[in-house]
Design a protein around this ligand. Structure first.
Ligand SMILES: Nc1ncnc2c1ncn2[C@@H]1O[C@H](COP(=O)(O)OP(=O)(O)O)[C@@H](O)[C@H]1O
Ligand SMILES: [Mg+2]
Length: 219
């Protein structure tokens, strides 16, 4: 799928003074800044510091993947609109005004109801977010908007019932339950708790990994 290439920046003073939202410090993390693209407030995820390095190839893949995912979700109120890619190493999207769930002081239950419906919708389209936490959700005028689709994954229809996809969906939902409990104090209903409970094979793999890790650390 082709994503649109951005036209030149045009937003007067704001474009001249982009506001840094997050500096990319860890491996393959982009600089994220707020700016103005094509006359509208925008966010750019910028990997250009990798230009000319062997990692630029991977950075391009991350930009392409996130752009494709946003393109796929275009028109959905729970994801920012894609504005386009810039030179292969940066991605522009609609700026969502509001507060992230990690910085919000008061978040009502209705936000989490909407978030759960949004997540169910995403999962029924075969997409898992895979990095659902407070800084990747902005609440804008009472509507939760998912950000950061870098790790999102779309499973083809014929593979959707496989155990790994189901585990990824379960993990998304589990993260939502944790955020909800932390921010509203509300525990999941019995039905939801059953939906997020790990099946035996996952618990066994986790337990095995912990044992292996402890054993390896003692060597
Ligand atoms: N479209 C957006 N609108 C508003 N804020 C955003 C947007 N995209 C990112 N941000 C802000 O920038 C931060 C980092 O962006 P994110 O996409 O999560 O990058 P990273 O992959 O480095 O975690 C987010 O936690 C959020 O605060
Ligand atoms: Mg993030």
């Amino acid at each position: 799928m082709k994503t649109p290439t951005l036209p030149t920046l045009a937003c007067g003073d704001e474009a001249a003074m982009p506001l840094l939202l997050k500096r990319g410090e860890r491996f393959l993390e982009p600089d994220v800044y707020r700016t103005c693209l094509d006359g509208q407030p925008a966010v750019v995820k910028d990997y250009t510091r990798y230009r000319g390095t062997p990692l630029s190839l991977l950075a391009r893949v991350l930009v392409r993947r996130e752009a494709r995912m946003l393109n796929r979700l275009s028109g959905w109120k729970h994801a920012p609109a894609l504005l386009g890619t810039i030179g292969g190493l940066a991605l522009g999207m609609e700026f969502i005004p509001g507060q992230t769930l990690s910085s919000a002081q008061m978040v009502g239950n209705e936000v989490f109801e909407q978030l759960q419906q949004a997540l169910d919708r995403l999962h029924s389209a075969g997409i898992t977010h895979n990095d659902l936490h407070g800084t990747n959700v902005v609440v804008s005028a009472g509507v939760p908007v998912l950000l950061d689709f870098t790790s999102a994954w779309r499973t083809p229809r014929w593979l959707r019932r496989n155990p790994i996809s189901r585990q990824l969906s379960r993990s998304d939902l589990k993260n939502l339950v944790k955020m909800r409990q932390r921010l509203t104090g509300q525990r999941p209903s019995d039905a939801l708790a059953a939906r997020v409970a790990d099946p035996g094979w996952v618990a066994a793999v986790r337990q095995g990994w912990k044992r292996f890790y402890r054993w390896a650390k003692q060597r």
